[in-house]
Write a protein that binds this ligand. Structure first.
Ligand code: SF4
Length: 87
């Protein structure tokens, strides 16, 4: 399941730096998480890093993007396989 940033986001930007998949981007007055890139940090960390650092606790699971643990591991593998090794 990908995560989603709630409307109460105060756009501090801390989460952007912590995401291992570059899934969080600024979009107008708020930040958004790309569900194609969010793995809930499965395969990289024990817990979602954006949730861990968010000072206002507005990052939650997105019920519209439900995925199993295995799905998330597969997604993580796809992201790593497609990453430019020179970046
Ligand atoms: Fe990025 Fe992890 Fe947050 Fe998903 S849960 S947006 S992969 S930091």
């Amino acid at each position: 399941m990908a995560l989603i940033i709630g409307a109460e986001c105060m756009t501090c930007g801390i989460c952007i730096e912590e995401c291992p998949n570059d899934a969080i981007q600024e979009s107008g007055p708020a930040y958004v998480i790309d569900p194609e890139l969010c793995t809930e940090c499965v395969g990289s960390f024990d817990e979602p890093q954006c949730v861990k650092v968010c000072p206002v606790d507005v990052i939650i699971r997105d019920p519209h993007h439900s995925e199993s643990h295995e799905d998330l591991l597969e997604k993580e593998k796809r992201i790593l396989d497609n990453r430019d090794p020179y970046l």
